[in-house]
Design a protein around this ligand. Structure first.
Ligand code: KG4
Ligand code: ZN
Length: 379
């Protein structure tokens, strides 16, 4: 089976990323080996603004792309082995997307390589194929009798049918996947994405951007067996559909702060000053918010998994870096005899390796994207 080496580029939001990935195999057993992986985060640039500023993102991508490209140290002999270039065309911030697309177009022209567009959400959804310890990565030992080694299992063994949960700063989507070719969107958020809710609640608690990891960190300051005294609402948890809503949960946090703390500041008042009482108030709220958000995600995902007789849950997107969500979903899946598949932490947040995966799968499916930025591209 021939290997297709892809140089992939991701610039849809606030991470500039490049990767070189060897892709091989058919849709029934695709395999991916990440050869190189470089990323430049813009968190420090956007932090003073409490969120991503599109024009600053564009400026940073323009600065970082050539620097990261240099770090790949591609010589003529390396270029001979690269089959094509893949780039994210959407969804995301259009000025940011264009920087990657134009950079990719220039490389494609200079080095005479075909160019493939890729969907960022598909990248997240299929990022589980990049997890470090895939079943097929285990060395099959031959028996004492000298019998031939057992055949490596397919990377997709025990995966389908699957339920995919994509949770990021811009998306909260639940999908049913019959295999790598056939999928149906079951539901999505009607307002804020769950990552957006984490970021907004963090802002209410005066925690820095991006809020997801900060909320996770202070929520973990409380003991494991903590009894949540607040019990925020779990929006849409009992509704018989697979949509989500997180803006009401954020508002509940806002009202809680208004009613129980004189100003939002008093909950976190000087988080940095080391005032334990203040930290605890913020931690209690962060923990209660996180439990409510994760409860809804786990309940709806597991209901879909039961209804569709799923063998596995595919968790992806920036919020899948959250250990509490991973743990709760893994436990729920295990109780139902299913497995949780989730990418290694470095491939949970935005990266370019997942863009190579999405591009390769679309190549196998003969699906093409036009090379223009599409901020609202759907999955
Ligand atoms: O996938 P991603 O890197 O970018 C988008 O495509 O949006 O996701 C970014 C989102 C942000 O909202 C960030 O706060 C959230 O993922 N996030 C987390 C964690 N790490 C990142 N949310 C909760 N817990 C985390 N550990
Ligand atoms: Zn993303």
């Amino acid at each position: 089976m021939s290997v297709l080496r892809i140089l992939a580029i991701e610039t849809s939001c606030d991470e500039t990323a490049l990767a070189i990935v060897d892709c091989e195999g058919a849709l029934s057993a695709p395999r991916f080996t990440v050869r190189k992986h470089v990323i430049a985060s813009q968190i420090e640039t956007h932090r003073p603004f409490g969120g991503v500023v599109p024009n600053l993102a564009k400026r940073e991508h323009l600065k970082n792309l050539p620097l990261l490209f240099e770090r790949l140290r591609l010589r003529a002999a390396d270029w001979e082995k690269i089959a094509c270039i893949a780039v994210t065309v959407g969804p995301g911030l259009e000025p940011a997307l264009w920087t990657g697309i134009n950079f990719a177009k220039n490389l494609s022209k200079t080095y005479q390589k075909p160019l493939l567009g890729a969907n960022h959400i598909e990248g997240h959804l299929y990022s589980f194929l990049l997890e470090k310890r895939l079943p097929h990565a285990k060395t099959a030992k031959s028996g004492l009798s000298g019998a031939p080694a057992a055949k490596h299992t397919s990377p997709l063994a025990g995966v389908f049918p699957a339920i995919g949960l994509v949770v990021s700063g811009g998306h909260t989507i639940l999908l049913h996947l019959a295999d790598l070719k056939t999928r149906t969107k079951l539901g999505e958020t009607r307002d804020d994405a769950v990552g957006e809710a984490y970021d907004k609640v963090a802002r209410l608690l005066n925690l820095p951007y991006p809020g997801g990891p900060e909320i996770e960190k202070i929520a973990a300051e409380l003991p494991d067996a903590w009894e949540d005294p607040i019990n925020f609402p779990r929006p849409m948890i009992r509704e018989k559909n697979y949509d989500f809503s997180f803006s009401g949960l954020k508002t509940a946090v806002l009202y809680h702060l208004r009613d129980h703390h004189k100003t939002p500041d008093t909950a976190t008042a000087n988080y940095a000053s080391g005032n334990r009482g203040a930290i605890t108030a913020a931690a209690i709220i962060a923990r209660a918010f996180q439990e409510a958000a994760v409860d809804v995600l786990v309940a709806k995902t597991m209901r879909a998994a039961e209804e569709y007789g799923a063998k596995s849950i595919l968790l992806s997107g920036g919020v899948s870096a959250n250990k509490f969500l991973r743990g709760e979903l893994a436990r729920a899946a295990k109780r139902s005899g299913m497995t949780l598949r989730v990418a290694d932490f470095i491939y949970s947040v935005d990266n370019a390796a997942m863009i190579a995966v999405a591009a390769y799968l679309n190549l196998l499916k003969k699906k093409k994207f036009s090379l223009v930025a599409r901020g609202d591209l759907k999955i």
